[in-house]
Design a protein around this ligand. Structure first.
Ligand code: ANZ
Ligand code: ZN
Length: 854
């Protein structure tokens, strides 16, 4: 038997697979299609354990699917635009393209060493003009469809990255990439109108049965749909005279039912007419100063519920439209600018923020909604006027209840979407003082970036014609290569790039110098893979529709909103453009858990706790690294890296290697055969091995079908154990059987090799050809059949206990009646029972017999 040597086998087979085009997709195949995809990586340099886990999971799914008769599309590419390349280029006085392509070469080589089954002919590299020209084409398409807008508004600015950011890229007030606190700036920027799809993006989450619940929940929260009403409050003129044509300030509320409890009114510090509002009041200067200071605190921080609230009275009043009451207008920092109308009707009895504020500034808290068991309920339940204007509560009453002190609405149910809410909104609408409306938290996607290394926005600014799209035939707008970023050159000051002529009037014009958010590249690359070399279109609809949606998508949970939301948006727009025939890009999603170090810390260069995949491959081979990664735990959970697992997996692979050789009589010295062991139960062990073979195929299939790779591997180990036990004691006739390729031994050997093929593809393929003498690759072979009836155990082992202590083990027929089990148990422990009295016998089916004795 030749030794198992991964360092010889792996590179040789990788080369062979490539020469044979083993993983090249055959578009003409009539097998059912399956699209298995992992999120494409950013080419950051050496691969890390996160890559190993993500791409190993994908590779197992792809290989398992192939063996189950699918025509599998499993591509790989690079998300190659972005800031790190630019920063590295500045530091090393080179070009971002060089840094990027060097890193791609490094990563590609590592992925090949891992033995991943990609169709490399379909590689998509986002910074390649062959790809990004179609990103520009899609931009123009969106523009044509009215989904592109340029507007001036306050935007998120990261000083350290030197660019604006989308809302989704601000995580707790900080830049997603560099963690710098984000500032607000007023700038004119480009937007994709993702809000046009807010409702559908929310509704279609219901189609995604194959997505983790928490990801869907995060998206739903991010979209943040609220049904409510806009309500107009008339501003009381400074002199206090009532005026029917008075100006109004509108609020958005989900709780119009609580209007009778509104005791003050709040505008945010960003309120655009604040100057006008306070003009002529006593404290105008003070109010404006307060607002200016409050604006400096980020919206995220301000929106935090438990944050101390600050405010100031403006000196003005508005009229509550339901009862004509005048309530004071305050400026407060807990009201944020870009939600609803940026103004709030404050109902301290029902809203905790308003409650905290009222307590702090001693404003009335009018109870207008109560649970029926509230001590005040009986006395207020028919009260239309107002009897009570303060409460001794420690917090607001946010739940549903019955309206009290609420005019004609008293006695109705109150709460979100309640009877009382509907009645009050109806009344307001009839009076022309309110309107039903739905708000979303989702904001349009700011896609322009003030950086070089991105996809140029195909637009031209003409002094006469305004902003003009670059004509389709002029695409791509190429990034100029001659740029010295280290010397401070940018697209904006690159004369050769900026100066152009207007496509409309032919006069001198300037190019747009912003590039697109890199998330635009990752929003459709998965469609490009279905038709990666198309030079006439981003993709051919028939090809995309034949492969898509992706059957299994795999990637990090950090994209729960960002990439996954943007991709869903792109898919829907391209569908509406008539290019796709489905609604959702990813049918099933697996979010992998992080690989942490053995103490549970994130691996990072600065902590010096990074385990290098390349070093592991060099020491133990890729198959052992793959097996170890799969064995460390469920894919969607965090995994603690343990250095011992890789060598122990190598040992296991060695064991499988010997077992397979031994089963087909090629082990030479009968490695496992031990003549000193009693072989009287050899036949039974053979039957046990046969049963395990069927049981384990069933179990591994079931586990792979639900992406439970660690338990699948554990089951394969059980089959290896049963086989080794048999091989140790096999009697002469079974030895002969193995040597001559007898059916059982041959079948178990083949089964083992096939089961392990998705996990350890190199070793399996070598065994398949060399030990089992097959032509072709195991990766073209079909998944082992299994017979459920053969998998069922016909005997079971039971523990026999006396007073709870295990004294013996018995083996009985699986369906044995209770009296037979008890008889066998008594026999097994007859010695211990001598001179004792059995008071009770308890049989726990398939597990144990306990005898209570005196
Ligand atoms: C009166 C009221 C009474 C409210 C009550 C709530 C409870 P959701 O449900 O998350 O959409 N609101 C509106 N615009 C705001 C802004 N720009 N900044 C801060 N808060 C704002 O939240 C809607 C509620 O948030 C609205 O309903 C409003 O307060 C507040 F017992 O109006 B409510
Ligand atoms: Zn940043």
């Amino acid at each position: 038997m030749k030794e198992y040597n991964p360092h010889e086998i792996e590179p040789r087979l990788q080369l062979k697979w490539e020469e044979d085009g083993l993983y090249t997709v055959d578009e003409a195949s009539d097998k059912p299609r399956k699209y298995v995809l992992e999120m494409f990586p950013y080419p950051s340099g050496d691969i890390h354990m996160g890559h190993v886990s993500n791409y190993t999971y994908g590779d197992v799914v792809a290989r398992y699917s192939r063996m189950n008769g699918f025509n599998v599309l499993h591509p790989m590419g690079w998300d190659a635009f972005g800031l790190p390349a630019e920063n590295a280029a500045i530091k090393h006085h080179s070009h971002p393209a060089k840094w990027t392509y060097d890193n791609i070469d490094t990563q590609r080589a590592s992925f090949k060493r891992m033995g991943f089954s990609y169709d490399w002919d379909r590689t998509v590299v986002a910074c390649n003009p062959d790809y990004y020209r179609w990103g520009q084409w899609i931009f123009l398409k969106f523009w044509e469809m009215g989904l592109v807008e340029r507007r001036n508004s306050p935007v998120n600015w990261c000083e350290s990255c030197g660019t604006v950011l989308a809302n989704e890229q601000v995580i707790d007030g900080r830049c997603w990439r560099c963690d710098t606190e984000v500032q607000k700036r007023d700038l004119t920027q480009w937007y994709y109108k993702i809000t046009d799809y807010a409702e559908e993006l929310l509704q279609d989450l219901d189609q995604l049965a194959g997505w983790p619940e928490n990801v869907k929940q995060q998206q739903a929260n991010w979209i943040g749909k609220s049904e409510g009403a806009n309500v107009d409050f008339a501003l009381v003129p400074l002199d206090g005279t009532a005026d029917a044509s008075a100006e109004t300030i509108t609020v958005f509320t989900t709780r119009a039912d609580t209007l009778f409890g509104c005791s003050f009114f709040v505008v945010g510090p960003e309120y655009d007419k604040l100057d006008e509002l306070v003009a002529g009041t006593e404290n105008a200067a003070e109010v404006l100063k307060f607002a200016e200071d409050a604006r400096k605190v980020s919206a995220v921080e301000r929106a935090q519920g438990d944050r101390e609230k600050h405010g100031i009275f403006t000196g003005r009043y508005v009229v509550n439209p339901v009862n004509g009451e005048q309530v004071p207008v305050w400026v407060a920092d807990y009201v944020v600018a870009d939600y609803g109308t940026g103004a709030v009707m404050a109902v301290p009895c029902g809203d905790q923020r308003d409650f905290d504020f009222a307590r702090k500034y001693d404003l009335p808290i009018i109870p207008i909604i109560l649970p029926e068991d509230d001590p005040m309920f009986e006395s207020l339940k028919a009260e239309q006027g107002r009897k009570v204007t303060s409460v001794d509560w420690s917090e607001a009453y946010g739940a549903e209840g019955i309206l009290v002190q609420s005019g004609q609405f008293t006695g109705m149910k109150g709460g979100k979407h309640s009877e009382g809410e509907a009645a009050i909104v109806k009344m307001l609408e009839e009076a022309g003082k309110g309107k039903r409306t739905t708000e979303y938290r989702l904001r349009d996607w700011l896609i322009s970036r003030q950086r070089y290394w991105g996809n140029p926005i195909p637009a031209i600014h003409c002094p006469d014609c305004g902003v003009v799209p670059v004509p389709e035939e002029d695409l791509p707008v190429l990034l100029p290569e001659d740029i010295d970023l280290a010397a401070g050159e940018t697209l904006a000051n690159h004369a050769g790039f900026v100066n152009t002529t207007c496509p409309k009037c032919g006069g001198p014009a300037k190019r747009e110098t912003d590039t697109m958010d890199t998330f635009t590249c990752s929003s459709w690359y998965y469609i490009r893979y279905t038709d990666p070399h198309d030079v006439h279109a981003p993709f051919t609809p028939e090809r995309a529709n034949a492969w898509m949606p992706v059957d299994q998508y795999i990637g990090g949970i950090e994209h729960a909103i960002l990439h996954l939301l943007y991709s869903r948006f792109f898919t829907k727009v391209l569908r509406d453009a008539g290019m796709l025939s489905f609604d959702e890009p990813f049918a099933n999603l697996l979010c992998q858990g992080m690989v942490l170090d053995s103490h549970g810390d994130v691996m990072s260069k600065s902590k010096g706790n990074v385990v290098s995949p390349e070093e592991m491959i060099q020491s133990y081979g890729a198959d052992a690294v793959r097996a170890a990664m799969l064995f460390m735990g469920p894919p969607d959970k965090e995994k603690l890296w343990n250095d011992d697992v890789v060598p122990s997996m190598l040992k296991f692979l060695n064991r499988v290697w010997r077992i397979v050789h031994d089963l087909v009589g090629k082990a030479g010295d009968d490695t496992y055969y031990d003549p000193s062991v009693d072989d009287s139960n050899a036949h039974k062990l053979a039957m046990q091995m046969k049963r395990e073979r069927h049981r384990v195929v069933g179990k591994v299939s079931e586990d792979f079908n639900r992406n439970s790779f660690n338990t699948a591997l554990a089951a394969i180990m059980e089959l290896a154990n049963a086989t080794a036990t048999f091989l140790r004691v096999r009697p002469a006739e079974h030895r002969m059987n193995c040597k001559t390729g007898g059916p059982l031994c041959q079948d178990v050997a083949e089964t083992l090799v096939k089961l392990i093929a998705p996990i350890a593809p190199h070793m399996a393929d070598e065994l398949w050809a060399d030990a089992l003498g097959n032509q072709g690759s195991v990766h073209d072979a079909s998944w082992p059949e299994f017979d459920a009836s053969l998998a069922a155990a016909d005997e079971v082992e039971l523990a026999v206990q006396i007073n709870g202590k295990v004294k013996a083990k018995i083996t009985v027929a699986a369906e044995a009646p209770e009296e037979d089990i008890i008889r066998a148990a008594r026999e097994a422990v007859s010695r211990s029972l001598e001179g004792k009295q059995v008071v009770k016998e308890i049989v726990v089916p398939k597990r144990l017999v306990n005898m209570v004795v005196k």
